[in-house]
Write a protein that binds this ligand. Structure first.
Ligand code: HEM
Ligand code: HEM
Length: 173
């Protein structure tokens, strides 16, 4: 049977991911003034750990979602186009929450710096690949644009239908 609200674990993961994302983006931007060297490596570590955590939480979220597939609240779409956009944005958000950390991880991995985490020496002259850096950065901007579309969509839905979708994503009655 369909529920009126999202299951509690999905509600928790939705808002917790939002908080982690804000911290992660601020942390990512602050890395620009840091050196990719043992001196500043803890900043890169913190960004990497948080990013990987976001990725793991997204996999858990998708698992919980699949398990509860038949009980999720339904959206009344205004038309086919609306359905395509909403579903597309949701799929793209989940995909980016996995691809962005994966690209970030690969960017650090290809420098050889992971051996430093395992107790080895820091690779001499290690440099981040410029193309991977640009891909990572551009995907973050796409993510931010999609989140803005997503929030605008929730507000437009309220204006068009009078229904506040936020209630379905909140534990409170
Ligand atoms: C959802 C997860 C993530 C988000 C939202 C994110 C976001 C960002 C942002 C906003 C930047 C700054 C981009 C710029 O240069 O202007 C950045 C840079 C970077 N991120 Fe991430 N990141 C994520 C995951 C990861 C992971 C998992 C790793 C590594 C394991 C990673 C490694 C890096 C590195 C190496 C940089 C370049 C820092 C520099 O400028 O030197 N990121 N990230
Ligand atoms: C202030 C920011 C945000 C607001 C107000 C918001 C609001 C909502 C609401 C009300 C829903 C439920 C829609 C429904 O009833 O069907 C929802 C679902 C969703 N939100 Fe957000 N959201 C925000 C940020 C985010 C962020 C940062 C992400 C991910 C990067 C995200 C990803 C999703 C996804 C994927 C769904 C669909 C859930 C599913 O059916 O699997 N949201 N959001």
């Amino acid at each position: 049977m369909k529920n009126k609200k999202y299951p509690k674990p999905l509600i928790f993961l939705h808002w917790f991911t939002l908080i982690l994302l804000v911290i992660e983006i601020i942390l990512g931007l602050s890395l620009e003034d840091k050196e990719f060297s043992p001196k500043d490596f803890n900043w890169f570590r913190a960004h990497a750990l948080l990013g990987v955590l976001i990725m793991i939480l997204t996999f858990i979220r998708l698992y919980v979602r699949i398990k509860n597939k038949n009980r999720l609240p339904e959206i009344e779409f205004y038309g086919n186009m609306h359905k395509v956009i909403v579903t597309g944005v949701h799929h793209a958000l989940y995909t980016l929450l996995i691809i962005i950390p994966a690209v970030g991880f690969y960017m650090v991995y290809q420098t050889g710096a992971l051996q430093y985490d395992l107790g080895g020496p820091f690779p001499e002259g290690a440099q981040l690949d410029e193309s991977l850096h640009e891909i990572h950065e551009s995907l973050v901007y796409v993510l931010i644009a999609l989140v803005a579309m997503h929030v605008a969509g929730v507000m437009m839905y309220k204006m068009k239908t009078g229904e506040n979708l936020l209630r379905r994503m909140c534990v409170k009655k």
